[in-house]
Design a protein around this ligand. Sequence first.
Ligand SMILES: C[S@@+](CC[C@H](N)C(=O)[O-])C[C@H]1O[C@@H](n2cnc3c(N)ncnc32)[C@H](O)[C@@H]1O
Length: 439
Amino acid sequence: MEHTVTLERLSYGPDAVGHLPSGKTVFVPQGAPGDVVVVEVVDDRASYARARLVKVVEPSPDRVTPESPYDQVTGAAPWQHIAYEAQLGAKRACVVDQLARTAHLDPARADEMVMPCLPSKRTWGYRNKIEMAAELDPQGRLVMGYRDAQDGRLAPVEQTLLAHKAVQKVPKSLRGALRFVIGQQDLGIHRVGVRHSLATGEMEVAIWTRPGGFPRALVAKTVSDACKATSIVRVLADEGPARKIKGVETLAGRGYWRERVGDFEFSTRAPSFFQVNTAQAARMVETALQMLGRVDGAVVADLYAGGGTFSIPLAAAGADVVAVEAASSSVRDLRFNADLNGVFVDVLGGDAARELEGLGDLDALVVDPPRAGLAPEVPALIAKAAPLRVVYVSCDPATWARDVARFEQQGYRLVRAQPVDVFPQTFHVETVSLLERVR
Ligand SMILES: C[S@@+](CC[C@H](N)C(=O)[O-])C[C@H]1O[C@@H](n2cnc3c(N)ncnc32)[C@H](O)[C@@H]1O
């Protein structure tokens, strides 16, 4: 059944939100706040509905022409039909909303706490990383592209305007090279990654395969000729979301990729995590350091430290840094990066919650966990170490707000939250926030 609806806001997700004539909340993909649209309900639940956009009757003043047909097909840029200023406003609103709804902060206090979202200078071409799924088609030819989040099907689109311009054509050359090597045999390639640095010019190609035989020398030569990578590695892992890594082999070049964030250089080995928008990573680091204030001589823990994006600038600012990181490849990167930048960081490999108890008293602490946020016991364990300031960096406003509430129960108070736009044209937002100990 079709309805005419005025869309009111963006959700924390790809969709715009409005209300059906019955009053039920409806989520509409490709809608913009302020649009008057005709929608058809496709999934009617007890408390909300999902609908398909049939027609825009009156476009929102914030509606713009999408720039990337590729990312429209793959869904990689679900907000590209919305003006950039409006995207920034929606991201800030989402952070405020989560504080009010999930952390149960007074709405006026939530609104006062959250700064305007820091824009990304590059609204396209900002990603230093392209990561695509790969499979053989029924004819046995390698195809690369992006999987549909719902049905898992691969859309064979190789281009994305979200990536650095310098690497937008690399997937096509790479696919050509890999098809040549493969012929008709299945080498178990299921994922392909490209990382590129504008600052160092280095490019890493990571070919993810199932464990088993692999023509290493031929792949190294053919891929090197096709795309001028400075490092080509093979990551041995089974397919599927768990992605358990069974090994990493350097096929050509140095086996690592170098990027510069602010004044510091970082070497990353696949499959280690590295921030995907380098310029905005630098803003996050600056913001975190500003929030912490003077750290010279202070004992500062950096939990979920990755390759040291925060640990190294903190150590360079004079802090005694102890970093905790679970992924062994990142632990190795972090130790290497500390040496590379001429600083000392005490690096502990392991689970942040488990290591916390052994850290003793801390002056300050940075946490930057994955999307799931902190394990339930972590805010209390942090409170035991009694840092005066905690900087919480988050890529998920909902789990962050849940954890803010836990910190407030442990004698901390949220003082400021700075949303940073690391992923323009998408709904994702990073938040760098400051909590202070009040008791
Ligand atoms: C969002 S990344 C942040 C990394 C780093 N702060 C940066 O900015 O590059 C989260 C990191 O937490 C690590 N991690 C995940 N679970 C962990 C755990 N339980 N204990 C410690 N580190 C963990 C991941 O390996 C990853 O490097």
